[in-house]
Design a protein around this ligand. Structure first.
Ligand SMILES: *Cc1c(COP(=O)(O)O)cnc(C)c1O
Length: 393
């Protein structure tokens, strides 16, 4: 019966573990360890812990297990391993499957820390990494070979909102026996169909839409039981990237409202994209849910929506972009996303500052680019805020 439940119902009830007190809201088990009835019981649990038996919170904890099971139920995977941050999840998903001599292919348009792992960490351990234009299927065809152990990409890239075709890239990767690891943050669990599209491992930064209220860092790795309870669990539990039980509780509460929040934020992004698309001070408006986006059809097929993020380019570059940011009265200048509060970021000078000039150019990260994470405010107030600030630009 629970199999037939829709994701929004699973986001409220999935993974529940009610104690003998019958609490309505999920309990927080703020404990590192667990007591055994006898020495024999301790021995047996270390030989093989059953599904709902715990040993040490770095390995697992009841509140964390609720979050893992709820996320797996929403995403449609067998299992999940929760991590201390999105980056702990990305690192664990990738590192747990690689050894020296392996080859990895990844899309070049990546979150800065993901790029650091691929460009700086993996080569230090003898892993060869090929970075390509993720939107170009012929580039994937050319780069993935029999030597390729895994491919990695963000299904929607930050900050220029380019999509990578999960289904087509998975077909290419699987033909060569490579594992498909997808960072699905910008797509959100609400719009993800990554499992049916061929992804083997799906990673989220829970810091974003899952919490959605800017309170805590977290992440999760989702996949088959074989992968999660095999290499992923082994790597994560021994290297210490565990999520804290308190964070898991915050995330569980976030999941209960995620569907409502993300759909409302998406409606706002859609309305703002439409309103801004002809604005004279903007050279381009990027929103996958808008007909002007070059991958609009792919966004519809892959996500069924355009998501909560919007980017736009202010014509006169840095000075104009900074005047715009400084004139905002509601949206905050910050760098989180998926939050209830709208957030505006100038990626060229913050999140992507480190990139050399020519790489910024290749990726379309221009001085006037603003990444706008649509929050839960009334869209009429946000529109007025943006239009007023554009006047100052
Ligand atoms: C934020 C983010 C991460 C990292 O998540 P943290 O929780 O900040 O560690 C990874 N990938 C993408 C696409 C992100 O937006």
């Amino acid at each position: 019966m629970t199999q037939d439940r829709k994701p929004r119902t699973r986001a409220v009830h999935g993974g529940g573990r009610r104690s003998q007190y019958g609490e309505v809201s999920e309990a927080i088990f703020l404990t590192q360890g667990f007591v055994y009835d006898s020495a024999e019981h301790a021995e047996a649990r270390f030989i093989e812990a059953a599904d709902d038996e715990f040993i040490y919170a770095r390995y697992g904890n009841p509140t964390v297990a609720m979050f893992e099971d709820r996320m797996a139920a929403i995403e449609g995977t067998d299992d999940g391993f929760a991590a201390a941050s999105g980056m702990a999840a990305v690192n664990g998903a990738i590192m747990s499957h690689l050894k020296a001599g392996d080859h990895v292919v990844a899309a070049r348009a990546l979150f800065g820390s993901c790029l650091y792992i691929l460009e700086n960490v993996l080569p230090n351990f003898g892993v060869e990494v090929t970075l390509i234009d993720g939107t170009d299927l012929s580039a994937w065809e050319a780069a993935v070979t029999e030597r390729t152990r895994l491919v990695f990409f963000e299904s929607m890239s930050n900050p220029t909102l380019e999509l990578v075709d999960i289904k087509s890239v998975s077909e290419i990767a699987h033909r060569h026996g490579a594992l498909v690891v997808v960072d699905n943050v910008f797509s959100t669990p609400v719009y993800s169909k990554a499992v049916s599209q061929g992804a083997d491992i799906i990673v989220y930064s829970a810091t974003k839409h899952i919490d959605g209220q800017g309170r805590a860092l977290g992440g999760i790795i989702l996949g088959s039981r074989e992968v999660i309870r095999g290499p992923v669990e082994a790597y994560m539990k021994h290297t210490g990237g565990a999520m804290s039980p308190f964070t898991a509780w915050v995330m569980l509460k976030g999941l209960e409202t995620m569907d409502l929040r993300v759909r409302a934020q998406t409606a706002t992004a859609h309305a703002l994209a439409e309103r801004l698309s002809t604005h004279p001070k903007l050279s381009r408006v990027i929103y996958p849910g808008h007909a002007s986006h070059p991958q609009h059809a792919l966004a519809n097929a892959q996500m069924g929506a355009g998501g909560t993020m919007l980017s736009f380019d202010i014509k006169d570059g840095k000075d104009a972009a900074f005047r715009f940011l400084n004139a905002l009265r509601i949206a905050l200048i910050s760098n989180n996303l998926g939050d209830a509060k709208s957030i505006a970021t100038p990626p060229a000078f913050t999140t992507h500052q480190r990139l050399p000039h020519d790489q910024k150019e290749t990726l379309g990260i221009t001085p006037g680019l603003i990444r706008f994470s649509c929050g839960l405010e009334d869209v009429r107030d946000l529109e007025a805020d943006i239009l007023h600030a554009l006047e100052q630009a």
